[in-house]
Design a protein around this ligand. Sequence first.
Ligand code: SAH
Ligand code: DHB
Ligand code: MG
Length: 222
Amino acid sequence: MSEKLWKTVDGYLVDTLVGASPALDDALKANAAADLPSIDVSPTQGKLLYLLAKMCGARRVLEVGTLGGYSTIWLASSLPGGGSVVTLELEEKHAAVARKNIEHAGFSGMVEVRVGPAIESLAQLQQEKAEPFDLIFIDADKESGPAYLEVALRLSHVGTVIIVDNVIRDGAVADAASTDPRVVGSRRVLEMMGSNSRLEASALQTVGSKGYDGFAIGIVRP
Ligand code: SAH
Ligand code: DHB
Ligand code: MG
């Protein structure tokens, strides 16, 4: 079992199940040209986000952590007419690349990129009494995951699907003694998802073209 094999298998899965998408490929090229870090979800993970959004019939999606909009485009492409994505990004530079990529993919009419610390943008959404979201994808700074999850619950309705990326981090998550704030943050997120009576949740470890990591997934219950 090697990272090389994980990549080979991911390549096979992309060829067999995901297929080519010029707009998504172009987004990754534009991200690289702008020197954005290559920490987008992988193609198979992007397609999974797309499928999960379709499976829950999502019309309104909230994303925390835009980067160049790769996952945003996957999510937007899953939505029916009239659907919308609000995506939150700290860095003006990332948001600018994302807006271009989203426009090039044909989704600028349904995607709103909000720039600033996500915790402030989330507070703003609450203040605006934003209609609850159907699917929330949390993928920004890992140390703030617990705070994002708390607000996400307030922006949810019964049945909202909440997905949190990067909760495994090469297995570091199982280290209760870790002082890495990202690990502490992810562990707290998982504990919250496991103990909050408003959530039913699980997490999956994944390997692939982006290494060994994983995501947590939960659904808001009455
Ligand atoms: N979801 C993207 C990847 C996001 S990478 C994809 O899969 O394509 C994480 C992003 O979160 C980075 O762009 C980073 O700038 C942003 N980020 C980091 N801290 C943040 C904060 N406090 N508020 C909002 N965004 C933040
Ligand atoms: C990092 C962030 C991510 O969202 C990701 O998917 C992978 C890595 C990071 O900050 O290193
Ligand atoms: Mg991520």
